[in-house]
Design a protein around this ligand. Structure first.
Ligand code: ZN
Length: 81
């Protein structure tokens, strides 16, 4: 058994752990926290956009309507600049 050091999730294999860590939200938050200069407004904006993009990506995964997906893609592209 392997345990994610960031969120404590248990996975069965080392490859599963690698895969989990690449998507682990707790890990992302740790890394963002470490990288972020506390007085940088720009970084904060970037992180907000990342979170929005992540939400949109989640939404996109759960939606099967082509029109809605296009709208989500457009929003993601705007957020990414
Ligand atoms: Zn994790």
């Amino acid at each position: 058994m392997y345990k994610c050091e960031y969120c404590g999730k248990i996975v069965k294999s080392s490859s599963g752990l690698k895969r989990h860590i690449s998507t682990c939200k707790a890990k992302k938050e740790v890394e963002v926290g470490n990288d972020m200069p506390k007085d940088s407004i720009e970084s904060t904006v970037d992180i907000c956009n990342d979170k929005k993009i992540q939400k949109l990506l989640d939404l996109r995964k759960s939606t099967y309507d082509a029109h809605t997906r296009n709208l989500i893609d457009m929003q993601i592209n705007e957020l990414r600049g």
